[in-house]
Design a binder for this molecule. Sequence first.
Ligand code: F6R
Length: 615
Amino acid sequence: MCGIIGYIGNKEAMPILLQGLRRLEYRGYDSAGIAVLNDQETKYKIQIQRIRAVGKIDALADKLKGKDKEMKGTIGIAHTRWATHGGVTEENAHPHFACDGKLIIAHNGIIENYRQLKEHLGANHEFKSETDTEVLAHLIESHYTGDLRHAVEKALMHTRGTYGLVVMHADHPDKIVAARLGSPLVVGIGDGEYYIASDATPLLAYTKKVAFLNDGEIAEISRTGFETYNLRDESVAKCVEEIDWNDEQAQKQGYPHFMLKEIFDQPTVLEDAIRGRTNLEDGTAHLGGLSMSEEKMRGIHRIILIACGTAYYAAMVGKYAFERLAGITTEVDVASEFRYRDPVIDEHTLVFAISQSGETIDTLAAVREAKRRGAFVRGIVNVIGSTIARETGAGTYIHAGPELAVASTKAYINMSVIMILYALQFGRLRHTTLATGQRLIHALMEIPEKMNKILEQSEAIKKLAEKYSGYKNFLFLGRGINYPVVLEGSHKLKEVSYIHSEAYPAGEMKHGVNALLSPEFPVLAIMTKNQLYEKMRSNIEEVRARKSKVILLASEGDTEAQSLADDVIYVPQTMELLEPLLNTIPLQLFAYHMAVLLGRDVDRPRNLAKSVTVE
Ligand code: F6R
C-alpha cells in the first residue's frame, strides 16, 4: 500500500527520493509525488516545489526530467499512493500542501474523522483534493505558530484513525517531522544524513542503521540527528538497530520479474531459515524466539495459527505439522475472522501470528485480541522490526530476505518450514521419537537440492502454461498435506494471471464440485507417493471419466502417472510432511509463466497491494 520516503542531508534529495519511490513500488500504488524544499535558489517564489503524476514512477520520472534546478534542495519527502479516499488523480496524489504553500505532508493510513475536521476548519481553508490527508495538512497549518513539531502534535490530538506521516515546512529547511500511529515508519541513519520511510527497503542502498518509531511517537529529524517524543511531549529514547538485508537482495539480479527471482531464491532462503535451528544429535529444533520453558511448552494444549492470504495457507501446513509431530490440537484462522469472533483462549493456548510483512492490519488486530485474552502470542514474520514482530516481543524471523513481488512465494516456503521446526520442537517434548526427528532433519537438509531440480523444469512448465493458456477456469486438487499446497497454487494463479480457479480437497469432489468437470475445466492435481496416493489415484480416475484435462504432479519414478494424465510434472520424493516445500514450486512457476504469457503486470497485479495496512 502507500509508501513514504523522506531525506535530509547534504546531497541532492530528488534522485534519492526518486530511487526510494522505485524501491517502494512493490507495495502497490496508483500515483506518486515528490516535494523538495529548495533552500538554495531564490528564483522560485514558492520554496517547496512539488511534482506529482498518476500511474507508474516512470511517469513521475518523465515529469521530473529537466527540472533539476527547480527541484534543487537537500531535504524532501515523497510518496506512492494507493487510493482510498478520492479517485486516482494527480490532485489526490501526495504530498499535499496546506493553504499558504509552505507546509506540505505525505501520509499513509486513514483519518476517519476527516469530514468533521474539514467542516470544522471551515471556509478559511481551500481544499484542492478529495483526500483525508489534505485535511490533515490544513489542520496542522491551523495549529502552526512557529513550532512545527508542536503543530503536528496538537493537530494529531484531534484526529481519529491511523497515520504514518511526514511533514516539511518552508520556514524550517533543517527538519522533517514524522509521526506514527498504526502505519509504520522507520528512520534511516546515515553519515550526516537521515532518511524516513515506511519500511527499510528504500534505505538499504544507503544505510543499515535504523530506528523504528512506535505508535504514538513523533520524531524531529535534522541533518545532525533525530529526537523522538511521545504525544505528551516527553522525550523517548530510541535504540538503533542494524538490519541484515542488503540492497542487492532487493534487486531483480537479471531476472525479468521479482516473482521469478523470488521463486528461484527459495533453495537459498530455505537454508537461511533452518541454519543453526536444528540439532541432529537430539533430533530436534531450537527456535530461540519461543522464549518458553520446556515446562510451559508441555502445558500448551491448543495452538491457534492466525494469518491472511498466502500466510494462511502456510498456516494450514503448520496445522498438519503440529498435529502430526506434537499431537497438539491446532486451529487455523483467517485473521479478519478471528478478530471479530469470540475465540476461546486460555492460558494453555499458544497463538502464532504468521505474516510476511508483519504489518497486515487484520493479523495485527488479531494479535492484540489474543494478547488481551491471555494467550501466549508469538510472531512468525519476515520483515525485521515490523509491528507484529515487535508487538509479539518474542517470535521468529523466517529469513526470506526482502520479498518485493506482491505475490508471496519464498515467504510461504519459509513460514511453512518454521512451523514444521516449531512442531518438531514441541513434538520432541511429547511423542516424536529421536529417530523420526533425525529423519526429518536429514530430509530437510536435502530439500534445497531437490528444489533446484524442480526449478530446472521452469522452461518445461512454461510450455505447459502455453498449452493451457486458453482456458478460463482451473480446478486444483490435493489431499492431506497437499491440500494447502493446491489452495496456495490456485491463489497464485488467480492473483497473477487473473484466471479463475478453485482448489478442493479431492475427497470432496463427489459432494458437489464434480458438477463443474468438463473438457473446458482442466484439473491440476497432486498425486505424489504418500499415504493418500491410492485415494488420490481414484479421484483422478473419476476426473478423467468426466473428460477434464488432467495435469498431474507426480513423484519421480512413478511409472503409472503418465497413463492417468494429459501432462505430468515430476517432483523428487521427500517425507510427506515436507512435501509442501517442493510441491508448491511447480504451481508457483505455472502461475508465473501463465501471467507472463497473458501479459499481466506480474509483480504488481491489479487491485492488490503487498502490505495490507487498512481493513
Ligand atoms: C498472496 C499475498 C497475500 C498475502 C496476505 C498476507 O500472494 O501476498 O495473500 O499473503 O496479504 O500478507 P502478510 O503475510 O504480509 O501478512
